[in-house]
Design a binder for this molecule. Structure first.
Ligand SMILES: [Mn+2]
Length: 330
């Protein structure tokens, strides 16, 4: 039986001095990175050395979080493994073989597969849980400005710049306390939302060219194949948030992106976003994934681009139909 920890119990465990590996999810975003590096600041203050790992590299622009440290995993005799912002073992990607070793998970995903003792709190970002942990430990005033930069980055990224439905009065109260620490919040937001590499812009242009519409325009989809990536000199990191591009089309209720894996051509990484009250995490669960009500992911196994497309369109068009029926009857 997997145990859920209270914040007190989590704080007690974090106090134990142990050489720690902190694990981020694949395609690391500012929330998993910010949570990991903020947790590393906490551990450093408490006398534990920690490294951070992910199966994918962090984007260069997130150096203000990672301080340029590589996320590459190396076996190093770690005494403790902590996963942050990781909804299921599959979210560890190529590092999922470490799932059995994980001692603690700190997360905020409602739809999830727990694989170790965990602390969870369904706030907008995992970063908020790291703040609560520091608060419980009574060390908020001792942590460096880097800690607050990390937390703000996680909160802002997971709330789309404090615009998504997951924002609560508590989110804003906490953001206010973090801004009061003197962080450069405008610069963090510029880096997260307004700064794209030329390759990311290329990926976005391709997305607008190649997107497909289904369900009378209620479902949008972009499939990124390895061939498309090679022909255009685009890497996996460059196509990170293309789902938001297909999501912005007027009339779209659910937006999807499928990215073919460079390592295994039968694997497609699925991202889903909802513009209405449709639980896309249910759709992702069909493929063994998870996430939030309006933002979720999974890995789809298919022999071809067409097969992957048919599989996701079938599942998500069903969710859209159910939603439309609900509106008619409701
Ligand atoms: Mn998150």
């Amino acid at each position: 039986m997997i145990k859920e920890l209270s914040i007190k119990e989590l704080a007690e465990k974090i106090k134990e001095q142990k050489y720690t590996l902190i694990l981020c999810h694949k395609n690391p975003d500012p929330d998993t990175l910010g949570s990991a590096f903020a947790l590393r600041d906490i551990l450093a203050l408490l006398g534990s050395c920690a490294k951070v790992a992910s199966c994918d590299t962090a984007q260069k622009k997130f150096d203000f979080i990672t301080e340029g440290v590589s996320l590459e995993y190396q076996e190093n005799g770690y005494e403790r493994y902590i996963a942050v912002d990781v909804a299921s073992p599959t979210q560890l990607g190529e590092l999922s073989f470490l799932a059995d070793k994980v001692n603690l998970t700190i997360d905020h995903h409602k739809m999830c597969v727990r694989f170790s003792e965990y602390y969870e709190n369904f706030c907008a970002s995992c970063a908020e849980n790291i703040y609560l942990l520091a608060s419980e430990l009574g060390i908020l005033d001792k942590l460096p400005i880097h800690f607050y930069n990390c937390l703000y980055a996680g909160m802002s990224a997971d709330t789309g710049g404090f615009r998504f439905s997951n924002v609560t009065p508590d989110t804003m109260t906490l953001a206010s306390q973090i801004i009061a620490k003197g962080i450069d919040h405008a610069e963090i937001n510029r880096v997260i939302f307004e700064s794209k590499s030329l390759e990311e812009i290329k990926a976005q242009r391709l997305t607008y060219e190649k997107m497909q519409m289904f369900c009378d325009g209620a479902l949008s989809l972009i499939v990124f194949t390895n061939r498309m990536k090679e022909e255009n000199g685009i890497s996996d990191a460059d196509i990170g948030d293309v789902v938001n591009a297909v999501r912005s089309v007027e009339g779209v209720l659910v937006a999807l992106s499928l990215k073919q894996s460079s390592k295994d051509e039968k694997k497609y990484s699925l991202s889903s976003r909802a513009n209405a009250d449709i639980d896309v995490s249910k759709g992702c669960m069909e493929f063994g994934g998870g996430g939030h009500v309006r933002a979720a992911g999974a890995t789809v196994i298919a022999d071809s681009e067409e097969e992957a497309t048919n599989m996701v369109v079938s599942v998500f068009s069903h969710l859209i139909d159910e939603y439309k029926k609900g509106i008619k009857n409701g």
